[in-house]
Ligand binder design. Structure first.
Ligand code: PLP
Length: 355
């Protein structure tokens, strides 16, 4: 068996959920489990997070996967429905679509369904991605209220810069409060960054994603700094050890030239496994429990590690690409990206083990 595994720590998932619940206080927690549970496996994450008050996904298939786990929680479809044909199944499976366009309100008005549908109505408070501006949003709210087959209407918006200390949520929160003034509906605003940093933005349903997977939404801070535990440990082994002489080049493009005579390890993990090709020489990696660095260009199936200070390293030595001791955020930063991308890009060919 190729020695590469993503070990998913389900106890860490529940630990992080409890951290989110503590922050949320009286508010309920919608666990964001889209993108295959941020790469951890949707069914597995659903089971591990069954103490959440609800789940947020994108598609009917994802919702069906959760229902097949026996999860009867509220399930929110964050992009709503993509075609009116989906409304019947949404009603049958008791899913809650985010309504973000006027034609979706028209489609709901025309729909004939067996059960009432609870919806989330999205206000664009400044992200300018999904949602209606104040006036059409208020009009949509009135129309939805008048429809007998629409149940609870939760007001929803999303923050664009909650992770940035200088900007935060203040402006978007003010826009929301102005639009929602005098309305008596539950609201959902906070992603992980807002939940962690802005208690005033928590509202009735918090929507944490990344923090449940043990990673920090804030640049320069790791999940561990926030009391979170890593949930995905990408672990491999050395499949070769090479000696290179000072001045010799390593791998494609000879991107790294040996600064001295040195021992170099080859790990069975590459960009086709989801390890970022843009990770530069110096990206942290652990071999035999000791921190070292990657060298040269990541190839499709392998990468190089520096064994200079790890005299006992040998073929078969354990390697942590990210997880305990190697925060996924630091690997992401070395590749010019964010932990979200690394976790969700884990390739299907990587074997998953659950602990
Ligand atoms: C609408 C919405 N809410 C909540 C989240 C969760 O965000 P985070 O993973 O930063 O907590 C996302 C994630 O992208 C989202 O798109």
């Amino acid at each position: 068996m190729r020695p590469l595994v993503a070990r998913i720590d389900t106890a860490a998932l529940s630990h992080n959920l409890m951290a989110a619940k503590r922050l949320a206080g009286k508010a309920r927690v919608l666990a964001v489990v889209k993108a295959n549970g941020y790469g951890h496996g949707l069914a597995r994450v659903g089971r591990a997070l069954r103490a959440a008050d609800g789940f947020a996904v994108l598609t009917l298939d994802e919702a069906a996967t959760l229902r097949a786990q026996g999860l009867s929680h509220p399930i929110v479809l964050l992009e709503g429905f993509f075609h009116p044909d989906e409304i019947a199944e949404i009603a049958r499976r008791r899913l809650q679509p985010v309504i973000h366009r006027e034609d979706q309100v028209d489609a709901l008005a025309r729909a004939r369904v067996e059960h009432k549908i609870d919806v989330f109505l999205k206000l664009d408070t400044g992200m300018h991605r999904l949602g209606l501006a104040k006036k059409p949003w208020l009009a949509a709210l009135e129309r939805l209220k008048s429809l007998p087959h629409i149940g609870t209407i939760t007001l929803i918006s999303h923050f664009a810069r909650a992770d940035e200390p200088e900007i935060g949520v203040e402006h978007q929160l003010a826009v929301f409060r102005d639009a929602a003034q005098g309305l008596n509906h539950p609201a959902s605003l906070a992603n992980s960054a807002a939940l962690l940093r802005y208690p005033e933005a928590i509202a009735d349903w918090a929507r944490p994603g990344i923090m449940l997977y043990g990673a920090s939404p804030f640049a320069g801070q790791t999940g561990a700094d926030l009391g979170l535990l890593p949930t995905m440990h990408l672990e491999g082994r050395l499949i070769a050890v090479q000696f290179v002489r000072k001045g010799e080049g390593l791998g494609y493009g000879h991107l790294y030239m040996a600064e001295r005579d040195m021992r170099v390890g080859v790990v069975a993990c590459g960009y086709a496994d989801g390890y970022p090709r843009h990770a530069v020489t110096g990206t942290p990696v652990m071999v035999e429990g000791r921190l070292t660095r990657t060298l040269g260009r990541v190839s499709m199936d392998m990468l190089f590690v520096d064994l200079t200070d790890i005299g006992n390293a040998h073929v078969g030595s354990p390697v942590t690409l990210w997880g305990d001791g190697v925060p996924v955020e630091t690997v992401a930063a070395a590749a010019g990206t964010i932990a979200y991308e690394l976790l969700t890009a884990l390739a299907p060919r990587v074997r998953i083990e659950e602990t």
